[in-house]
Design a protein around this ligand. Structure first.
Ligand SMILES: [Zn+2]
Ligand SMILES: [Zn+2]
Length: 140
């Protein structure tokens, strides 16, 4: 399947923050790291990765910076009113932005091609079948 091309505006639960995404999704993955589990409140996150210049945020966000196992910083932005996770950035790939798929009203285009941090994956949590699973990050 090809990489989806987005042209959409999405909102947090209270609509204080909106995200306009115009451009190609570069990669799609699910992540079972402990940090994603905390941030989503469930077993794994679904993430669409886009170029920073293709994503515009309007409205105020708050963020929380965390040092990942890899040594990179991950900065998670969320709506300060309703707490919806809005986007994240990482010092590992400073030109990219990570969008939580749950932010989108209709992410029918989402088709993850890899599962990362499977070392902390929970057995009861279902992952898409047949995609490669990596213990940590995917090899670069
Ligand atoms: Zn909100
Ligand atoms: Zn993660």
């Amino acid at each position: 399947m090809g990489k989806p091309e987005l042209d959409t505006m999405e909102h947090c639960a209270c609509s204080s923050v909106s995200v306009t995404a115009r451009g190609r999704v570069l990669s799609m993955l699910v992540c079972s790291c402990l940090d994603c589990r905390k941030a989503t409140g469930t077993g794994h996150s679904g993430i669409a990765i886009m170029r920073r210049e293709d994503v515009k945020i309007s409205g105020k966000t708050r963020h929380f910076d965390r040092l990942a196992d890899s040594g990179a910083w991950i900065c998670r932005h969320f709506c300060p009113v309703c707490g919806t996770p809005v986007f994240a950035t990482t010092t590992r790939s400073p030109t990219l932005v990570l969008l939580p798929v749950g932010l989108f009203d209709n992410p029918n285009w989402f088709a993850p091609t890899q599962a990362i941090f499977s070392r902390t994956h929970l057995h009861w949590d279902t992952l898409p079948e047949g995609i490669p699973q990596y213990q940590n990050y995917r090899p670069q």
